[in-house]
Write a protein that binds this ligand. Structure first.
Ligand SMILES: Cc1cc2nc3c(=O)[nH]c(=O)nc-3n(C[C@H](O)[C@H](O)[C@H](O)COP(=O)(O)O)c2cc1C
Length: 339
């Protein structure tokens, strides 16, 4: 941690040139320019979730963030689940647009880390276990996001943030960021206490006005309690076999309640249940309901972390950031850590 009189000023805020050590997770689908810009404009660090998006869309979204704010932001890609030719185009679109921070996820890819660093980017990798954290540091990343099992969306590891973050913080020298279950000022202070230098929040920013998630998805998060999430790999079409996710319980997880794990994309018939513009969306796909989608939204992947139980309304993303920072300062004062 940096200056003891300014606990929220860490090596992460230095690295990312933002005011607060809070990164908005780059959520493929919901995490577009409106959300990213709102988070960055509030002093945290927004991130475009661009997994599997076409390069034209990436260029447009980067320009749209820059039109809304001059604050720094990053772009998230997931290399190992993306067709190599598309990944190459996505990376080139980011580098040509002079994106300063790339955030990657899933298995550690030294080749991609090296390529992004040679393009001049700061590289952050989200991992889900200690071995991957060590591999990511060895491959040259600038910071490591530790994703715990309580997280929403795709889940890489098996242990909770509380257990993983301190182990990784003790093992690496680059800044560590807690991910999974973080979304309040108290959890930010807890992350700092565990040895992290910031937090990475998906679910907390999913239920905001600016997120591109469909209102139905936002409302399901507001209505859900923490017990309502399910860990499974039944939303399989679009990712490699046995890629687990955390979603809110729905007709699909209920159908497979005795058989939630061990699935791959080839295990399911293609059954179109929704439309994303011209694109057909199938049951069991990794798509979540977005604002422009129509169809059987209930049966899509309603990604959410266990944090949903603490989310009671949809709010502006800037308010979420401001409340986290205010509450963190109150908690620090209560713990006599802030003079
Ligand atoms: C709707 C949703 C979509 C996500 N999409 C991505 C993604 O495209 N890339 C990625 O690296 N992580 C993605 N994640 C996972 C987040 O990076 C992060 O690990 C997770 O949100 C942290 O847990 P939390 O939801 O409790 O904050 C997604 C999470 C959610 C909730």
């Amino acid at each position: 941690m940096g200056n003891p009189s300014q606990p929220l000023h860490t090596r992460l805020t230095e690295l990312l040139r933002c005011d607060y050590p809070i990164i908005q997770a780059g959520m493929g689908g919901p995490g577009r320019s409106e959300l990213c810009a709102a988070v960055s404009a509030a002093g945290a660090f927004g991130c475009l979730g661009m997994v599997k998006e076409k390069p034209e869309m990436i260029r447009t979204e980067i320009a749209a963030v820059r039109a809304r704010t001059e604050r720094p932001f990053g772009v998230n890609l997931v290399p190992s689940v993306t067709d190599p030719i598309l990944l190459d185009e996505e990376l080139e679109a980011c580098f040509a647009a002079k994106v300063k921070v790339m955030v990657f996820f899933w298995d550690v890819r030294p080749d991609i880390i090296d390529r992004a660093r040679r393009a001049g980017c700061t590289v952050i990798y989200q991992i889900g276990n200690l071995a991957d954290a060590i591999a990511a540091e060895r491959a040259g990343v600038d910071a490591i996001i530790c994703q715990g099992f309580e997280a929403g969306g795709h889940i890489r590891g098996k242990v909770t943030s509380m257990v993983l973050v301190p182990q990784v913080a003790a093992a690496v020298s680059v800044p560590v960021i807690g991910s999974g279950g973080f979304g309040s000022g108290a959890s930010l202070v807890a992350a700092l206490a565990l040895g992290a230098e910031g937090i990475h929040c998906g679910t907390a920013f999913l239920a905001t006005n600016e997120s591109y998630a469909h209102e139905y998805h936002k409302q399901r998060i507001v209505d859900a309690s923490s017990e309502d999430t399910v860990y499974s790999d039944v939303f399989a079409i679009g990712w490699p076999p046995q890629s687990p996710v955390r979603t809110i319980e729905n007709s699909v997880t209920r159908l497979y309640s005795d058989n939630l794990s061990g699935h791959g994309p080839d295990d399911f018939e293609l059954d179109v249940i929704a439309q994303d513009g011209d694109e057909a969306v199938c049951r069991f796909s990794t798509y979540s309901p977005l604002q422009n989608m129509t169809g059987d939204l209930e049966a899509l992947a309603l990604y959410s972390g266990q944090l949903c139980g603490a989310i009671n309304r949809v709010r502006p993303a800037g308010d979420v950031v401001r409340e986290m920072v205010n509450d963190a300062n109150h908690v620090l004062a209560r713990l006599h850590l802030l003079k």
